[in-house]
Ligand binder design. Structure first.
Ligand code: HEM
Length: 364
């Protein structure tokens, strides 16, 4: 049967040639390392979010009178509803972590350099789209936690003179977070953002395949380094086959991802769903300690300590622009960060600052 299907496809789409050029004869560098699998793990995380999100959508009611109740029903009444909700909630946090690690690894390997500037720019847009996904999804359960965390975040734009109030009002659909905000965030979460992120994924993957994967600057690839004066595909003639050699490593890392996810669901089920996540939203009762999610803590803490709000946001906008356009600022050819003491120091200092601000934000 399988043989017949294969033959049928071979006649119509040239399956054997596709398998050869895209899998078995598509080469990755000899010195490729395990960090190069993180992009694929991020992709697997995204697919898991789409599948679990689809099942949640069957029972979720996007209305401020019913949203909280429908999520409670998913947790307590719908068969395996608790599992899909936990996979989606824990998965959103793990996906952000994996995308951040993928980005750090790409930075450390110098893979953002010519000719991969565009791959970096699209990747950074994917990071911000993923964060917007988390922000919009967070409000949907209509709990105390989601209501007040969204109230804090949607206040941020008000620091801008003239435009700020207007932006906050557009986001919320009024003066405060309300049922209108819920509908706006729901529409963003289930239609606009998936389309946007999937379009970015398609461009990201196209660029990676079109250019060819980069050689890590560590270890020996046995390949001669050529300057990039015109388009060519980086083919790694003496490298390992993408399939099965590299796909096996990717599958191992994807399995590790799900082991971590199911460990958290089994042994730390309240890690991302604390008590305030199980209390219905009450716009008249501000909880004592409400904090944004861990990935927003660093920018949140920074805004808190800079006395002038407008200055704080302006610094962040400059940092974000610098981050997105980084390959155009760092045009040195040397890819090995260990041979660039200034860049290495900047890299370590940025990570330490982010960690410090995150911990400070959590405990202040
Ligand atoms: C949803 C988020 C993302 C997904 C699904 C994703 C997926 C992938 C995949 C499958 C690869 C090829 C294998 C690899 O090198 O790991 C890759 C490579 C790459 N990614 Fe991403 N990525 C994401 C986010 C990002 C971010 C945030 C950045 C940087 C700001 C980035 C920059 C790059 C670059 C420059 C490469 C080329 C690496 C090379 O050729 O060596 N990606 N990505």
């Amino acid at each position: 049967m399988a043989g017949k299907i294969r033959k049928w496809l071979e006649i119509r789409i040239g399956l054997d040639e596709l398998i050869k050029t895209q899998l078995t004869e598509y080469k990755v560098p000899r010195n490729i390392n395990i960090f190069y699998t993180l992009g694929f793990v991020a992709l697997a995380a995204l697919i898991s979010q789409i599948i679990t999100g689809f099942f949640l959508l069957i029972y979720y009611v996007p209305h401020s009178d019913y949203a909280f109740r429908s999520v409670q029903d998913i947790m307590n009444k719908v068969p395996y509803g608790w599992l899909f909700r936990q996979m989606h909630a824990v998965g959103s946090n793990l996906m952000v972590a994996i995308v951040l690690l993928h980005m750090l690894s790409v930075f450390f390997m110098g893979s953002y350099k010519k000719p991969r500037e565009l791959t970096w720019v699209v990747g950074s847009l994917m990071l911000f789209t993923t964060l917007t996904f988390c922000l919009s999804g967070y409000l949907l359960p209509w709990s105390q936690l989601s209501y007040w965390a969204t109230t804090i975040v949607t206040t941020v734009p008000t620091a801008f003179p003239y435009m700020g109030e207007f932006i906050a009002r557009i986001l919320r659909g009024g003066e405060t977070v309300s049922g209108t905000t819920l509908n706006r965030f729901f529409a963003l979460h289930v239609t606009f953002l998936p389309l946007l992120l999937l379009s970015f994924v398609a461009i990201h993957l196209f660029l990676i395949r079109r250019i060819g994967i980069s050689s890590p600057p560590f270890g020996t690839s046995g390949e001669e380094k050529k300057t990039w004066t015109q388009y060519r595909h980086e083919s790694h003639a003496g490298g390992h086959p993408f399939y099965p050699y590299f796909v096996q490593k990717e599958m191992f890392m994807v399995s590790a991802y799900f082991v971590v996810m199911f460990f958290i669901i089994s042994f730390l089920p309240t890690l991302f769903l604390p008590e305030d996540a199980n209390t219905p939203a009450d716009p008249f009762k501000t909880p004592a300690h409400i904090k944004p999610e861990w990935y927003f803590l660093a920018p949140y803490q920074m805004l808190k300590i800079v006395p002038n709000k407008l200055l704080g946001i302006s610094i962040q906008i400059v940092l974000v622009t610098l981050f997105i356009l980084w390959p155009f600022f760092d045009t040195k050819e040397e890819e090995n960060i260990l041979k660039r003491p200034l860049l290495r120091t900047l890299f370590i200092l940025s990570i330490l600052t982010w960690i410090t601000f995150t911990i400070w934000g959590r405990y202040s």
